[in-house]
Design a protein around this ligand. Structure first.
Ligand SMILES: Cc1cc2nc3c(=O)[nH]c(=O)nc-3n(C[C@H](O)[C@H](O)[C@H](O)COP(=O)(O)OP(=O)(O)OC[C@H]3O[C@@H](n4cnc5c(N)ncnc54)[C@H](O)[C@@H]3O)c2cc1C
Length: 305
């Protein structure tokens, strides 16, 4: 067992031990995380990576935990948490029609959308209502039917396990449907530059309101969840496949396939990760049985059984 106290002695940011992951994920399930580090700056990240290398420790990076299910056995490896830190926004350049901003990975996406709305900047509207951090949204290439984060990304800066900092343009990042090929599970996204079009404030607000209305009507936002559990296979929606396979409303203890949106599993109270994972397996099996389609996970599952 590595000495997590050493991490505490070498970084300036918070280092917490035995953290209940149900308090750090929107699904509100999961066991204890042995060591959670919130870096204060890049120097903290370099020191943490160096410690991980010396101690042969794999680590996991999280943002707000809104796309994350942690198993009940918790996480033995250290976790680097980017929420509540790296949350600056600065203007990089501006001309008549475009404003380029750099946002820190820990900046809540909702605050970035708000910033754009207040400043009459267009491009972020499709991301309205998506919870989580900017870093998480980059890794997941978060989006809606109206567009994805990669539509407005210019460059992404991240630190690799080797300690090397890289800045790559959108093309080199290899964004795809809820994925970004260039990032590995040990890459730490620290910031990104976005291209935003100068627009009319009222027009931006109107688009944001329309996206939010769609979301509140179609997603069960009154219960803890991780958003969509599965990716949509090409040409068909995952919720439809799950629905046709009879999963709507199916429950295992406190976890349930939402009646409003069958691709959401909601925690109706005291669900354990095991309940959610049992439902996920059942959904995959039933859809495969009925349609031969193998559903792929959109949520990220980590931790010990
Ligand atoms: C109610 C609800 C609605 C949602 N609606 C949508 C939607 O419409 N569209 C959509 O795309 N998603 C949606 N989601 C899913 C989720 O909000 C997004 O995927 C979000 O971008 C995840 O951000 P996060 O900070 O919470 O990341 P986390 O859940 O903490 O992590 C997600 C992944 O990103 C990695 N990661 C996070 N931050 C970093 C970083 N700085 N560096 C390196 N890796 C990092 C983690 O390792 C993990 O692999 C929804 C979720 C909920 C709960």
């Amino acid at each position: 067992m590595p000495d997590f106290n050493e991490v505490k002695s070498i970084v300036k940011g918070d280092v917490l031990f035995d953290v209940p992951m149900k308090e750090y994920t929107s699904m509100q399930v999961g066991g204890l995380c042995a060591c959670m580090v919130t870096p204060r700056d890049e120097d903290d990240i370099f020191k943490f990576i160096d410690w991980a290398k010396r101690n042969e420790q794999r680590y996991f990076v999280i943002g707000s935990g809104t796309n994350l299910i942690v198993r009940d056995g918790g996480i033995k490896n250290p976790v680097l948490r980017m929420k509540g830190t790296f949350d600056s926004v600065e203007v990089v350049s501006e001309d008549e029609s475009v404003l380029r901003i750099r946002a820190g990975a820990g900046k809540p996406l909702a605050e970035l959308v708000k910033y754009c709305e207040e400043n009459g900047l267009s491009g972020m509207e499709p991301l309205a209502g998506i919870p989580g951090t900017t870093g998480g949204a980059i890794v997941m290439n978060a989006g809606t039917g109206h567009g994805t984060l990669s539509d407005i990304v210019e460059t992404v800066t991240f630190i690799e396990r080797t300690g090397k900092t890289r800045t790559l343009n959108k093309k080199a990042m290899g964004f795809g449907y809820r994925t970004c090929k260039e990032l590995s599970s040990s890459s730490i996204v620290v910031s990104a530059v976005f291209n935003l079009r100068k627009s009319d404030k009222a027009a931006v607000s109107k688009k944001i309101a329309a996206v939010l209305k769609e979301k509140t009507q179609s997603q069960p936002l009154n219960y803890p969840s991780s958003g969509s559990i599965f990716k949509n296979p090409s040409r068909i929606k995952a919720w439809k496949l799950l629905d046709e396979a009879g999963m709507r409303g199916v429950r295992v203890r406190g976890a349930k396939y939402s009646e409003l949106h069958t691709n959401f599993i909601v925690n109706t109270g005291n669900a354990r990760a095991e309940d959610v994972l049992t439902l996920i397996d059942a959904g995959i099996e039933k859809v495969k049985e009925k349609t031969k389609v193998k559903l792929e996970l959109e949520v990220v599952i980590i931790g010990e059984q």
